[in-house]
Write a protein of this length. Sequence first.
Length: 109
Amino acid sequence: MGGWTRDGMRRATCLFEAAAWNYAVMPVCACGHQASFNPHGLWWHFHKRMWDDRLEPARGRFWCRKCSLHKRRRIRPLRLELVQQSQNDIELAFPPEREWKRAVSRFRS
């Protein structure tokens, strides 16, 4: 679980780690469009659907709305970046507190 950068900082490898370490998830499209998502709701969205929450496979679940309007097909983002959370993050439904605590407990053990 998780990785480390050369300067000793934690590097999340999945959506759950991003949520546990309070990093927002920001898909970045080739057109330059980007939006940041609150990681807790995003993790819960993936968890409920039993989708792989590792960052690289998760990238395939995102698509650019601007590009889809112009090109009439879904364009996947180039990458997912982890950024500091803000009040402007897109919020999906948060996990029930019991589920979140259970997941954190498994993560810590």
